[in-house]
Design a protein around this ligand. Structure first.
Ligand SMILES: N[C@@H](CCC(=O)N[C@@H](CS)C(=O)NCC(=O)O)C(=O)O
Length: 212
């Protein structure tokens, strides 16, 4: 498999975590968002949206990290990254959606470029924009995590799930935007715990060859 990715991209990062948790080998193809390589025609042939990640399986080109992650889960069911019961799966997918649908898209490069170039916001205003959506999402998520009596060291239960794969990159991004993580002790604890696992360590942005 070939993963087209960028080290700092949260959607690439979550996909790397899932690949690593499942013990799947892949070749990384680096697409520099910093150099706007995602706008190149050759990349847009692969993904007309011009977004990373893209996963080439050998027979298919897979787009959209949620769909790629669900495909990996179906194709490589062990270890399972979704709970066995329907309510558990709903809860894990809900956390993933809080990050994937309600936080991450608002902090994306293209959104920030629009704020900077079209709406003339400065760095401080853009930082405030990013922090706001991360804080709103993390405040709600923190309450959900506190209320879950069954929870152990991860977002759900005592095994890593897709929810953790979404959350950890968002924590990394929160750090970049100087969000004070001490306001979210459960999220911080999950982050600290996940980062003791090699699947998460290996997926970290600074470990990627294109970060150097
Ligand atoms: N919904 C898509 C979003 C993909 C996405 O936005 N990727 C970002 C990197 S995290 C990207 O390629 N951004 C390029 C840009 O915003 O110009 C997914 O989850 O795969």
């Amino acid at each position: 498999m070939k993963l087209h990715s960028f080290f700092r991209s949260g959607t690439s990062h979550r996909t790397r975590i899932v690949l690593n948790l499942k013990g799947l080998a892949y070749d990384a193809v680096y697409v520099s968002l910093a150099k706007n390589e995602h706008h190149q025609a050759s990349f847009k042939t692969l993904n007309p949206q011009g977004f990373v990640p893209v996963l080439e399986t050998g027979s298919d080109t897979l787009l959209q990290s949620p769909a790629i992650i669900e495909w990996l889960e179906e194709q490589y069911p062990e270890p399972a990254l979704l709970p066995a019961d329907a309510i558990g799966r709903e809860k894990v997918r809900a956390i993933a959606a809080m990050v994937g649908c309600d936080i991450h898209p608002l902090n994306n490069k293209r959104v920030l470029e629009y704020l900077r170039q079209n709406l003339q916001l400065d760095d401080a205003q853009i930082n405030a924009w990013c922090s706001k959506w991360i804080q709103d999402g993390f405040s709600a998520l923190e309450q959900i995590l506190v209320a879950d009596q069954q929870r152990d060291k991860f977002c759900y239960g005592n095994q890593p799930t897709i929810a953790d794969a979404y959350l950890i990159p968002q924590v990394v991004s929160a750090q970049r935007f100087n969000v004070d993580l001490s306001a979210y002790p459960q999220i911080n604890e999950i982050y600290q715990h996940c980062m003791t696992l090699s699947a998460f360590q290996k997926a970290a942005p600074e470990q990627q060859a294109d970060a150097r």
